[in-house]
Design a protein around this ligand. Structure first.
Ligand code: SF4
Ligand code: SF4
Length: 190
């Protein structure tokens, strides 16, 4: 007896494509599946949905599949796809938009470590005006791996410190208040 393939239960939402197009300003409807984006993407082999398929899923309104994919978090925003698209679709910008929608709708990221690193990086800049690597790595590792992660970091941290790669006292910037204003403005926009 042959095994019966169980197909995923897909629930298309036509408004999803409109939302992504309106927020990103990109005409995803124009994609005709030439695959130039996927063929040029350096990370396509690590993605669960390749870029051209992701565009198709957005056209079909497959919101859950798109927002829960690893692809949107693996994308490095290198823009190779955007420069190759014959329809001028800024795919990297679409990826940014998808991450933003997922974040705003509290959808758990399939690559949890990526938004945690973004948060630790931006948090450090917000506090000091520029990134302080030691603080960023500690905040990221603790959120990602808890105490076990911090213990694993000890030897690595000591080596980095001895080589002068991590400073004990962080350096700041003069325009710290301007940077805080930028953060405030971007939070208001969101
Ligand atoms: S921006 Fe993202 S999807 Fe596009 S080529 Fe780079 S890694 Fe791939
Ligand atoms: S390169 Fe552009 S048109 Fe071609 S598949 Fe990718 S998004 Fe669609």
């Amino acid at each position: 007896m042959t095994a019966v393939e169980v197909l995923p239960n897909l629930e298309p939402q036509s408004s999803f494509r409109q939302k992504v197009e309106s927020l990103s300003g990109e005409s995803i409807s124009a994609c005709f599946q030439c695959m130039k984006c996927t063929n040029g993407c350096p990370l396509a082999s690590y993605m669960d949905i390749t870029p051209h398929k992701l565009m198709r899923e957005i056209q079909f309104g497959l919101k859950d599949e798109v927002l829960k994919s690893r692809t949107i978090w693996i994308c490095a925003s290198c823009e190779t796809c955007s420069t190759r698209c014959p329809n001028g679709i800024q795919i990297a910008h679409v990826m940014d938009t998808l991450r933003q929608i997922g974040y705003e709708e509290n959808i758990e990221a399939a690559q949890r470590s990526v938004p945690l690193l973004h948060k630790a990086f931006l948090g450090s800049i917000k506090k000091r005006g520029r990134v302080y690597e030691g603080e960023m790595i500690l905040a990221y590792t603790f959120k990602n791996e808890s105490w076990a992660g911090l213990f694993k970091l000890v030897n690595f941290g000591l080596t980095m410190f001895k080589k002068g790669k991590v400073k004990i006292i962080p350096s700041g910037v003069k325009a710290k208040s301007d940077i805080k204003q930028l953060y405030k403005a971007s939070e208001l926009k969101g």
